[in-house]
Design a binder for this molecule. Structure first.
Ligand SMILES: Cc1cc2nc3c(=O)[nH]c(=O)nc-3n(C[C@H](O)[C@H](O)[C@H](O)COP(=O)(O)O)c2cc1C
Length: 141
């Protein structure tokens, strides 16, 4: 069964378009190699990333990503075995919503700052699956 992991982290410096593209390029090369799929969200200096694949592979990749100096304060807040991958056709999809959009995806339209949203996401295990489905919908538009 595929395994999913979702984390948040703080970018070490404000991300230029070029720096983001470099991360995505690294991610896509690594993910083809490891048969990993997923999505990366960047909003107001915060990353959210979902990784899917073989559990052992995903955990190992997660450890390597967590050690990357381009971000810090990595917090894993969702881990699950799932029947099927959600981001099957994306080696690493990319989304850059506003904090308000991200809050709406989490079903928390009142959370206007990314910090408030982070706290709620970490507290409520029902939220991450909902965010993932709404991210998928946004990608399909
Ligand atoms: C926010 C962020 C997301 C990343 N996502 C991935 C990813 O999905 N897959 C991947 O292979 N590398 C990803 N990377 C890059 C890894 O941290 C690392 O540079 C890459 O896996 C190469 O590691 P290695 O030199 O140990 O092989 C990401 C880095 C950052 C900062």
């Amino acid at each position: 069964m595929p395994f999913q992991i979702m984390y948040s982290s703080q970018a070490s410096a404000p991300m230029s378009v070029g720096a983001l593209q470099e991360i995505l390029a690294d991610a896509r090369v690594g993910n083809v190699l490891h048969n990993v799929t997923g999505a990366l969200v960047y909003v107001d200096g915060v990353f959210f990333q979902i990784l899917e694949g073989d559990a052992g592979v995903v955990r190992k990749l997660m450890a390597s990503i967590a050690a990357d100096a381009r971000h810090h304060s990595v917090k894993v807040f969702h881990e699950a075995e799932v029947d099927a991958r959600l981001f099957e056709s994306w080696r690493m999809a990319y989304l850059s919503p506003t904090a308000g959009q991200m809050a709406a995806w989490a079903g928390l339209p009142g959370a206007t700052t990314i910090d408030a949203l982070l706290r709620d996401l970490e507290r409520d295990p029902q939220r991450p699956p909902q965010v993932l489905l709404n991210m998928l919908k946004a990608l399909a538009q």
